[in-house]
Design a protein around this ligand. Structure first.
Ligand code: SF4
Length: 450
């Protein structure tokens, strides 16, 4: 049962010292209750209170960590059913499957694609982040493939797939610091797999034949002292996996039902032979709570839309994506280069800067802090008006970088031209294009106003 801020406050030392980074104990208690602060950040709280509060304020879906360094992957920590209620905490992991009985050239091709396929979008690097290594029965071949993957794919968090505890042990030990997920605890081997997981300090993947069977397996693991796991209801059709994901999330978030309070691992790779259908299934499961989707292969044309969906779903809706207010030099500008201004909404920045870069015209791009609002919205909200733009231009230092005094404003701000000329009497205000796509032609024609 979650504790209220007041209940948490009663267990705090009430020094109001601010060492937790928050000025008062009351404000800190409210943040802990809202899941926005960790109780551990107060150095004075007793161990007993820490345990009570930590347990009560833990997210209903446990946070699971795999790998380390560049190969770290975190899943879970979720607290809500719908993104608009708060936010989703950790993006669905996209895993590439390799099997120990697979052709060597096939595996090499997959690993190459895993390493090569990455994309930058609004300043975020998007890529596949896990490799699932499946044991075909030969323990030696399984461990050899794990070693190959560890070396060839340094950015991959590892999922080990085997129900053979001996094979799993050798492969898990090969992973060392790159803590893998031991996927393969079933009703038949749950106790042995729990013992191995404790020995190597790795989370367990629990698999049931259906959701009820999964609850039994997860309960056995919990009784065996396993705290970190990912769960698989065994569903191998899109509809069943979708329904199970929803049932598990609701049971965990609404009912605080422990055996289902873990991120899910799903297998679109086992639901179809059609690569396009596989990615479509992955996209559906990603939208409804999959912690990991395992794909049989990755190709750029199918992976990119999946990564975009991942970016869209897991962006915090309460925090606009912004870039810092500053002067951005593009293509090596000098004192005769054009000066453009726009807002600090990330998408706007990356589209505008991308078009300027593509034009090859050296330019200065001024980014004004509009709290992440786009041009027209910021103007309507009073955050991108002539007075604020003028204040920013004057303090930005751009006047020291160029000889001319001409400022190019977004076409959508044409109505403030006169007002801006009054605020910046030394500057000529030029109305730029409305669409960023027209910037290259505009800049190629541009000459400083006489
Ligand atoms: S560090 Fe602890 S005692 Fe100090 S203000 Fe924060 S919660 Fe209160």
């Amino acid at each position: 049962m979650a504790l209220t801020g007041i209940q948490i406050l009663k267990m705090l030392p009430k020094k109001n010292c601010g060492e937790c980074g928050i000025p008062t104990c009351l404000a800190f208690a409210m943040k802990v209750a809202a899941g926005q602060a960790e109780i551990e950040t107060c150095p004075y709280v007793s161990d007993e209170a820490k345990a009570t509060i930590g347990e009560a304020s833990a997210p209903p879906i446990r946070t699971i960590k795999l790998g380390s360094g560049d190969a770290e992957f975190i899943s879970g920590g979720e607290t809500c059913l719908f993104r608009h209620e708060k936010r989703f905490e950790h993006p669905t992991g996209i895993a590439l499957l390799v099997r120990s009985d697979e052709d060597e050239a096939e595996i090499d091709g997959k690993l190459k694609r895993f390493n090569d396929l990455e994309y930058e979008r609004v300043g975020v690097m998007m890529r596949t982040n896990l490799i699932a290594v499946k044991d075909a029965g030969d323990g030696g071949a399984f461990t050899a493939l794990v070693n190959k993957v560890l070396e060839a794919a340094p950015k991959a968090a590892i999922i080990l797939m085997s129900e053979d505890v001996e094979n799993m042990k050798a492969a898990a030990e090969a992973c060392g610091e790159r803590t893998p997920l031991l996927y393969g605890a079933t009703a038949d081997n749950a106790e042995a797999m729990a013992a191995l997981a404790k020995e190597v300090g790795a989370p367990v993947g629990a698999r049931g034949r259906n959701i009820d069977d999964l609850v039994d397996v997860a309960s056995t693991l919990l009784d065996g002292g396993i705290k970190d796991m990912m769960i698989d209801t065994g569903a191998r059709t899109m509809r069943a996996a979708f329904e199970d994901n929803v049932v598990a999330r609701r049971a965990a978030v609404k009912e605080k039902y422990k055996p289902l309070g873990f991120p899910t691992i799903t297998f679109p790779c086992e639901m179809t032979d059609d690569p396009m259908m596989e990615v479509m299934i992955a996209s559906v499961l990603m939208a409804k709570y999959a912690g990991i989707v395992v794909l049989s292969d990755i190709q750029g044309d199918l992976l990119f839309p999946l990564l975009l969906e991942q970016l869209n779903i897991f962006t915090d809706p309460q925090r606009p994506m912004v870039v810092q207010e500053d002067i951005y030099p593009i293509n090596g500008p000098d004192e005769n280069s054009p000066v453009l201004i726009t807002c600090n909404f990330s998408l706007t920045y990356f589209i505008v800067s991308g078009e300027i870069e593509g034009s090859k015209v050296p330019s200065w791009l001024l980014i004004k802090d509009t709290e992440g609002l786009s041009v027209l919205t910021a103007w309507a909200a009073g955050k991108f008006g002539a007075d604020l733009i003028a204040m920013f231009v004057n303090k930005s230092g751009i006047a020291d970088k160029v000889k001319h005094r001409e400022l190019i404003i977004p076409g959508y701000l044409a109505t403030i031209k006169g007002e801006l000329e009054e605020e910046l009497p030394d500057w000529t205000i030029t109305i730029g294009p409305r669409e960023a796509g027209h910037l290259p032609a505009f800049l190629k024609e541009w000459k400083p106003a006489a």
